[in-house]
Design a protein around this ligand. Structure first.
Ligand SMILES: Cc1cc2nc3c(=O)[nH]c(=O)nc-3n(C[C@H](O)[C@H](O)[C@H](O)COP(=O)(O)OP(=O)(O)OC[C@H]3O[C@@H](n4cnc5c(N)ncnc54)[C@H](O)[C@@H]3O)c2cc1C
Length: 452
């Protein structure tokens, strides 16, 4: 069976859906082919015991103006994350200290070292164009050293280094600081406007969307109607100068343009004829998913609030390295959300479900005491087990990959455009980036010959 369209979009995450909606608004005949039985990709909500849990992306920050604009356009409401009260810091010896603001309660020398590192990182970040980090005069040097090496060159204080590493390694790229470059770390910070923004939970994790951030995908899908087709795992794309034929099951869809809106490592699941240029394959082989297990626990009440705690906690030596109050708006129960990242996630991933749950709850107990040990509901995100994602939150380059291959990821091949939040400058690895990339890809389809 063969049908013809203006543009076929592979992938029904936010990138693909935004691109489709912009093209549909411009009068194009578009089709979105989504492999899963649902839209949203890395956005997904689930109900457990009567409460909504966001399994993927959930927070919105004020600088994310592409996403904020789309939320307005779609009529979706937001509410602030609960943050009243003191935060907790669990030190290497297990001591729990309360604090307010962004300054961690560490010794004076470590505090001074953190301040110095933060300033150096912020100054460097200000020099980075998130769309072209490889253009920085020091790009190659910074891309050839790991972030850990950079930190060791800059600072002797181990606790200061571990905390700074946490904000970019475990908390953002979800990889150990020895596995990605200093330039990749700076891109992460530049994509959020500054390194200080990553440190400031009140900024980067500012608001949530009523009904969950996945509502963005659902509302776009409602507007797109039967242009969105589920359970359509695209296996092949044949292309020439005139257009492309997308193959899914026994159907062939012909279009003048195709947008492949799937994460870079998953492009390899699709067979292209002719084959993609070698540098495209190499580039995507050097960009891999990080790994974080998002864990959520529901309690009869947000008991920490009664103790004057905000629910926010950091523990660079804890299994759960960061934790927040995640109680949905208007709810009387209490939710905590925490993250188990990179090497800790590798370790926990080898355990059985019960043992993993025990270790996670023991870590939450290290922050909040015994009351945290017995939630009424416990939910773990499972992205690493899903072939159509493969990790969380997103993908980043290995050492040296950004300068060697970064440019390639956004280049079209003949009639085919590629992109997800993983190739965004601003909003890199975030839904804001997906909105930006989806918008840009639609513009490029509508403006043939537009520069990449
Ligand atoms: C646990 C977690 C927490 C996060 N937290 C936040 C947060 O708080 N705030 C934030 O802004 N971002 C967050 N993110 C990141 C954010 O969710 C992603 O950056 C964003 O959703 C990516 O959207 P995308 O459309 O670019 O890619 P995806 O969402 O990955 O969409 C790609 C789509 O392509 C489909 N697909 C793949 N291969 C094929 C094929 N061959 N044929 C057809 N379809 C295919 C997939 O099924 C998927 O639906 C988080 C992510 C995770 C996993």
């Amino acid at each position: 069976m063969m049908s013809t369209h203006d543009t076929v979009i592979v992938g029904g995450g936010v990138t693909g859906l935004v691109a489709a909606w912009r093209l549909a608004e411009a009068g194009q005949d578009v089709v979105v082919l989504e492999a899963r039985e649902r839209v949203g990709g890395r956005l997904r909500s689930e109900e457990h015991d009567g409460s909504l849990f966001e399994i993927g992306g959930q927070w919105v920050s004020p600088d994310q103006d592409a996403l904020v604009g789309l939320l307005d356009e779609l009529g979706l409401e937001t509410y602030p994350r609960f943050r009243e009260g003191e935060s907790l810091y669990v030190a290497g010896d297990g001591a729990v200290r309360r604090f307010t603001g962004e300054d961690l309660p560490v010794g004076p020398d470590t505090a001074a070292a953190i301040e110095r590192l933060t300033k150096t990182l912020d100054d460097l970040t200000a020099e980075i164009d998130p769309d072209r980090p490889w253009d920085h005069p020091e790009a190659e040097r910074l891309d050839h050293m790991t972030f850990q090496q950079w930190l060791e060159e800059e600072c002797d204080d181990v606790e200061a280094r571990d905390n700074i590493a946490l904000f970019i390694g475990p908390a953002m790229l979800t990889k150990p600081a020895w596995s990605f470059s200093a330039l990749q770390a700076l891109l992460m910070a530049a994509s959020a406007g500054s390194f200080l923004h990553l440190v400031d939970a009140d900024f980067i994790l500012d608001r949530r969307v009523e009904g969950g951030l996945a509502s963005v995908a659902h509302e776009l899908t409602r507007r797109l109607g039967d242009r969105v087709r589920l359970s359509q795992d695209v296996t092949a794309v044949e292309y020439d100068d005139e257009g492309a034929t997308v193959v899914v099951k026994h159907e062939r869809l012909r279009a003048r343009r195709v947008i492949v809106a799937v994460p870079p490592p998953l492009v390899r699941r699709i067979r292209f004829t002719p084959e993609l240029p070698a540098e495209h394959r190499h580039a995507r082989e050097h960009q891999s998913f990080g790994l974080v297990i998002k864990v959520q626990a529901e309690y009869p009440t947000p008991f920490w609030r009664e103790e004057g705690l905000s629910g926010t906690g950091f523990g660079p030596y804890q299994v759960v390295h960061e934790v927040y109050d995640n109680t949905p708006a208007g709810s009387t129960v209490g939710h905590l959300v925490g993250f188990v990242s990179d090497e800790a996630a590798d370790r926990l991933g080898t355990l059985g479900v019960e043992e993993r749950r025990e270790q996670v709850l023991a870590s939450l107990t290290a922050y909040f005491g015994d009351a945290a040990r017995s939630p009424t509901t416990y939910v773990e995100s499972d992205w690493q087990h899903q072939e159509l994602t493969g990790g969380a939150y997103g993908t980043s380059f290995d050492v040296g990959g950004l300068t060697r291959y970064g440019r390639v990821l956004r280049q079209p091949v003949g009639p085919i455009e590629f992109g997800t939040s993983d190739v965004s400058g601003l909003g890199f690895q975030h839904v804001d980036g997906a909105v930006r990339v989806g918008t840009e890809l639609a513009q490029r389809v509508l403006t043939p010959g537009a520069a990449s």
